[in-house]
Design a protein around this ligand. Structure first.
Ligand SMILES: NC(=O)c1ccc[n+]([C@@H]2O[C@H](COP(=O)([O-])OP(=O)(O)OC[C@H]3O[C@@H](n4cnc5c(N)ncnc54)[C@H](O)[C@@H]3O)[C@@H](O)[C@H]2O)c1
Ligand SMILES: [Zn+2]
Length: 341
């Protein structure tokens, strides 16, 4: 696994990138405008730019990128440099790992979500037929370069989105880290004063420790899906909303913490404390009865399920989780009703 390198020196990063003679850049319209100019990349490097947003993590965009790579005469010696959030690193990783049976790629994550999660761990993907990340590969980038500087232009609700996955890292693997994150009292007015460097490093360390034991997600890596069984179902249901991924994960973590107590072994007081902590930082997403029914059925379609059983990650306590717990459609409905209460 290629560990991410945190680089605070702008010149050092542009020197590293300009060493790649034969490269193509992939970005979205926002990162092209806000991030690319800060990297001082050779102006002759071909740029592929796509519209921003989750709906563009699609087969249409993948086809578009393959065509642009062909136009740029990309071959096995070409390196695709993905500059953006999780949409760009997931999509660019998939485009590169399939074009010409696989060319090299580098991730430069520009969102908190990308830095602490999406760019690490070697999963690539697109959404397909309304289902999250249904098509993809396990393929590792040549390198991951993280520049926390990029967070300065990131809207606060996107910071919250990345923060949700950091909370997840604490909840599944490190109680002290969870408590440290909660004590930051993340607000729009405090976010810019947070020293993100050490937090980013801690989250990557937790994720990499899990992924290095189980790259293809046969067992332990499933722990990283805490909050995602129900979170992905919510995200698929609201696929055309502008809410970012992490906000659905937060909702999913509330539901799955509830189930960790009602179906699993998590102590009631501890489950309430966790839910209270999450609620103190983020607002809940209002749901209608009809949403709940459809979301529960979408949870059944999650690609990580076997036959008709829904598999879920439970917290056993704060900082420790277990995988392959079975829940029913009724459990999902109850957790969503609790969330909505
Ligand atoms: N592969 C994995 O292991 C993994 C893990 C977590 C999430 N993901 C995926 O990542 C995606 C979510 O990633 P995301 O939250 O980064 O979303 P995103 O890539 O859509 O970025 C969010 C928004 O921020 C903009 N943006 C990016 N950098 C910016 C900057 N520095 N300043 C201002 N605006 C900026 C983007 O243009 C976009 O509008 C989801 O598709 C999710 O499934 C993948
Ligand atoms: Zn996630």
């Amino acid at each position: 696994m290629n560990p991410a390198a945190l680089i605070n020196d702008a010149k050092l990063l542009s020197d590293i990138l300009n060493k790649y003679q034969n490269s193509v850049i992939l970005c979205d319209q926002n990162t092209e405008k806000l991030c690319l100019p800060l990297l001082n990349i050779n102006p002759e490097t071909p740029i592929i730019s796509i519209p921003a947003g989750e709906t563009n993590k699609s087969a249409f965009s993948l086809n578009f990128i393959w065509n642009k790579l062909l136009e740029a005469n990309a071959d096995r010696n070409t390196v695709l440099i993905n500059i953006g959030g999780g949409v760009i690193t997931d999509l660019g990783g998939l485009a590169a790992s399939t074009y010409n049976r696989g060319i090299k790629f580098i991730h430069i994550p520009t969102t908190l979500m990308g830095m602490i999660d999406a760019a690490n761990g070697g999963k690539t993907g697109i959404n397909f037929n309304g289902l999250k990340n249904y098509i993809g590969t396990f393929s590792e980038p040549e390198a991951i370069y993280i520049r926390p500087e990029f967070l300065k232009t990131l809207p606060f609700y996107q910071i919250q989105s990345g923060f949700s996955e950091m909370l997840k890292h604490g909840l599944i693997a490190d109680k002290k880290y969870f408590e440290q994150l909660i004590s930051l009292d993340l607000k729009v007015e405090t976010a810019e004063f947070i020293n993100w460097n050490s937090l980013i490093e801690k989250s990557i360390e937790i994720k990499n420790a899990i992924v290095s034991k189980d790259f293809k997600e046969s067992d332990e890596r499933k722990l990283l899906n805490f909050g995602h069984t129900i979170g992905h179902a919510l995200e698929s249901h609201f696929i055309n909303s502008n809410l970012p991924h992490g906000h659905f994960v937060l909702a999913g973590m509330i539901c799955e913490t509830f189930l960790s107590h009602t179906v699993g072994n998590l102590d009631l007081a501890e489950s309430q404390k966790i839910i209270f902590s999450i609620d103190s930082i983020f607002e809940r997403i209002p749901l209608l009865a009809v949403d709940i029914d459809e979301i529960a059925h979408l949870a059944l379609k999650d690609k990580k399920n076997n036959a008709h059983k829904i598999k879920c990650i439970f917290l056993d306590k704060t900082g420790k989780a277990s995988f392959d717990n079975t829940i029913t459609l009724k459990d999902v409905v109850e957790s969503l009703s609790f969330y909505n209460s």
